[in-house]
Design a protein around this ligand. Structure first.
Ligand code: CO
Length: 135
């Protein structure tokens, strides 16, 4: 189970439009995609930055994972996403290694990607997302 890249760093935001505007003004970067992922209760925007990307996460409502995160911790770092070639193998490996998983099976991450979250208790209080792209 070798991660081959940091796919993105995700930040929870209260106002997606305002944050995108700030990033554009301050760093000259723009979102290449924006979509609502119903299953995850998020509206997300992907902003390429160097060899990786920032993912801005807005909540579709207060009673969603990101909604509760914003309520509890406010805006800021939400998760680090690590790309893997084989998500099923990665989950199997982590389970065998005793990692605490939030998602026991892959979820729909939007954009055709499959994702799974590893509990923050596993690595230094940091939520880690594993992502596998098809093709
Ligand atoms: Co993500």
């Amino acid at each position: 189970m070798l991660p081959y890249n940091i796919d993105h760093v995700a930040i929870a935001v209260r106002d997606l439009d305002a944050t995108l505007e700030s990033l554009q003004k301050l760093f000259g970067v723009e979102a290449v995609s924006r979509e609502v992922v119903i299953d995850q209760g998020v509206e997300e925007a992907m902003v390429p930055l160097g060899g990786t990307a920032l993912q801005l996460l807005g909540a579709t409502g207060p009673d969603t994972p990101v909604g509760r995160f914003l309520e509890k911790r406010g805006e800021g770092l939400h998760h680090i996403s690590v790309a893997v070639a084989d998500l099923d193998a990665a989950l199997e490996h982590l389970r065998a290694a005793g990692a605490r998983l939030i998602d026991e099976t892959p979820q729909d991450g939007g954009g055709g990607a499959r994702i799974a979250f590893v509990h923050p208790a596993t690595v230094a209080g940091t939520l880690i997302e594993l992502v596998e792209f098809d093709g």
